[in-house]
Design a protein around this ligand. Structure first.
Ligand SMILES: [Zn+2]
Length: 684
């Protein structure tokens, strides 16, 4: 959870195409248009509802299965990757492996997680020792206990992690961040219209306190519901003092550096003492506290809350984070709330899918190394490298030709662009898992060991230089990211497949899909957050006052537009919260379109194909990435918690700002897709 990292998030396309394995010679294929006719809904005009026109066929052909809250062309791809990982993992799980080898770890992890008989017999035994420790706590033990739980991967009250120093991006320092809300976003605790969610949450907490045996242990058996209410009251106090997610978008609001001594002096001794840092094994002279007002509020909260409630809250954190890895009773109760109530899913995903995802989390680079060896062709990396270069050129041209920036700001922007680090496919240096113990004791024990291993690794970075070779996503991930502190863009092997990237398609479609993804990540370096960082990843203002003011005016057009979009009856998109992603989509489209037009001039793009001009194919390929069906509960959840706009609006709202889109589909004043030029935002 590196808070400063911005990612593309979710994305998608239509058919699930396996990638050729590199050792098999590939037959040359006929170049395709990249547009799949069955994805379209030709009963709707592109000038009326472009999303429905471009994706309506896909949506009709891919109804939502019960295990999904949202299912899109992007999920098809992610599931394809998952099936490939399953093949690799089950082969290893069936063979005899040398003790301590990476294969033994993968095999034991998988087999233990799939042994449902053992899981049922175990019930909640695997978490009993942790619950016992909590039950026996004295007030003075709290700082040490919080540290122990953080080392176990849970974050009661707040989180601590290593990340770059905003003033010296080549060094890692410790960051303290608000955390510990069981439902997630603070709005769930504070909005009047979320009472139903809070009621369901009370039911979950009270059930789990009983099921886990904690209420018996702590002597409140029969009064679990009352205790759940007191835990909710505690979390509500935390939520009232938590900083809103839109405020956190401004990096200057989250920089409050101090020494550990100053931090300890700021905090109540019941929360932070020297023992806290000693338990974490962290010795550092600098610490950044993201939200000091929240941390100070904890001082008061800890005073007014009975210690038995604090202990029950800690126990609840352990139970909640362990539930998916215990017996069915726990898995189901957890799914009932987090899957059904919050997201509208009807049934849980099959166990093997959950387990493969978890192996991805716990042993991600180990299976990633096998994944790229089997499924990532070298040609894909070469072609992608070229595409990134073309996009870098295009953004440079657009900055040089920009009509609203002064020469000074342009120069700084170009310097930043030239300094980008580009990562494609997979890391050059792989993570070493030799210190991680995975065995056959229990599924939860393996998860806990992995969390401890990760957290110890993260803590070991504090006070040390940032490792520029490290990746923040595994190679099999269907996603991409930009990190402002390292000024790097990264495209894992998992995303370099159709519908994003098709080796056999004409490049008009590739520019519309993966080209926009590349442009999107580049633009993050210049969105409302990224523009505050310089070429070396340090927080620094490199803008003239005038240019900064114009940027804000242009960004405000996007904010206002998205704030006016009704995503569900009476519910509106959050223009401020999604601003960075919307600027990135806007810039991504413009930059990739410029690169595409250059390729067209150079004769690299075919003329009309399947009845579509190259420009039409570009925009259809862009929309195809977002084809998806989604449940209403998930629309509401994402509107609260996802900094990306919903797929429908990443198409229909974002494209309304792109002038060439109007030309490509002859959209005229009076057409529903039309938006007046003065409302369109042109930034990058
Ligand atoms: Zn993004």
């Amino acid at each position: 959870m590196i808070a400063s990292v911005m990612t593309l998030g979710f994305v998608f396309l239509a058919t699930s195409t396996s990638m050729a394995t590199p050792d098999k010679p590939k037959k040359p294929k006929k170049t395709t248009s990249g547009v799949t006719a069955s994805n379209l809904d030709k009963t709707v005009k592109p000038t009326v509802d472009f999303y429905q026109y471009a994706c309506g066929g896909w949506m009709a052909n891919n109804p939502l299965g019960d295990e999904y809250a949202r299912y899109g062309s992007f999920d098809v791809l992610a599931e394809n990757n998952q099936a490939q990982l399953k093949e690799l993992v089950t082969k290893i799980a069936a063979q005899k492996n040398a003790p301590g080898s990476i294969e033994q770890k993968i095999a034991d992890f998988y087999n233990t997680a799939m042994a449902t008989g053992d899981l049922e017999r175990g019930g909640c035994d695997p978490i009993k020792p942790e619950l016992n420790t909590i039950n026996n706590l004295k007030r003075g033990d709290l700082p040490e206990q919080i540290a122990r739980m953080q080392l176990n991967g849970t974050t009661p009250f707040f989180a601590i992690f290593a990340s770059a120093d905003p003033d010296n991006s080549s060094m890692n320092i410790a960051h303290v961040w608000q955390s510990g809300l069981g439902i997630g976003d603070r709005d769930y605790y504070l909005d009047e219209d979320q009472q139903n969610i809070r009621n369901e949450y009370l039911g979950l907490v009270s059930r789990m306190l009983g099921m886990s045996g904690y209420s018996t242990m702590a002597g409140f058996k029969g009064r679990e519901y009352e205790m759940a209410q007191r835990i909710l009251a505690l979390e509500t106090l935390m939520a009232q003092n938590a900083i809103d997610k839109t405020v956190l978008r401004d990096p200057y609001q989250t920089i409050h550096k101090m020494t550990p001594k100053e931090f300890a002096e700021m905090m109540h001794p019941a929360l932070i003492t020297e023992n806290y840092f000693r338990t974490l094994k962290v010795s550092t002279d600098t610490l950044n506290v993201g939200q000091p007002s929240y941390m100070k509020a904890l001082n008061h909260i800890i005073e007014v809350t009975d210690f038995d409630v604090i202990k029950a809250y800690l126990a609840w954190n352990v139970i909640r984070s362990a539930a998916p890895y215990l017996s069915d009773e726990f898995v189901d109760a957890s799914f009932e709330f987090y899957g059904k109530t919050l997201s509208g899913k009807k049934e849980n995903r099959p166990r093997w899918k959950r387990v493969i995802d978890n192996i991805d989390d716990c042993l991600g680079e180990a299976v990633g190394q096998m994944y790229v060896k089997n499924y990532f062709p070298a040609e894909a990396k070469e072609r992608m490298t070229q595409l990134v270069r073309n996009l870098q050129w295009a953004l440079g041209e657009r900055i040089k030709n920009s009509t609203w920036m002064t020469d000074q700001t342009k120069k700084n922007a170009l310097d930043k662009l030239a300094a980008f680090t580009v990562k494609i496919g997979y890391p050059d240096k792989w993570r070493d898992y030799s210190g991680l113990t995975i065995g056959t004791e229990s599924y939860y024990a393996n998860v806990l060991n992995s969390r401890r291993f990760d957290m110890a690794y993260n803590m070991s970075k504090i006070g040390k230089p940032v490792d520029p070779t490290e990746w923040q996503m595994t190679p099999q991930t269907v996603n991409a990211y930009y990190d402002p502190t390292t000024n790097e863009i990264c495209f894992p092997a998992g995303i370099l497949q159709p519908p994003f990237f098709d080796m056999n398609a004409d490049d008009a479609a590739n520019y519309g899909a993966i080209g926009v993804v590349i442009g999107h990540e580049m633009t993050h370096g210049f969105d409302d957050q990224g523009r505050n960082y310089d070429k070396d990843g340090n927080l620094a203002d490199w803008w003239t006052e005038q240019d900064a003011a114009t940027f804000k005016e242009k960004a405000q057009l996007i904010v206002d537009h998205f704030n006016s979009i009704e995503v569900a009856p009476g519910v509106y998109a959050n223009g401020e919260f999604t601003l960075g992603e919307n600027i990135a989509d806007n810039g991504g489209l413009n930059v990739s379109y410029t690169a595409f037009q250059k390729a067209k001039k150079e004769g690299q793009i075919k003329g009309e194909m399947d009845g579509f001009t190259p420009e039409q194919r570009f925009f259809l390929a862009y929309a195809a990435v977002w084809a998806a069906n989604i449940r209403e509960a998930e629309i509401l959840r994402r509107t609260k918690s996802d900094p990306h706009a919903l797929g429908r609006w990443r198409v229909n709202a974002t494209l309304r700002h792109i002038d060439p889109f109007y030309e490509a589909f002859n959209i005229q004043p009076g057409d529903p897709m039309y938006m007046a030029p003065e409302k369109r935002s042109h930034i990058w």
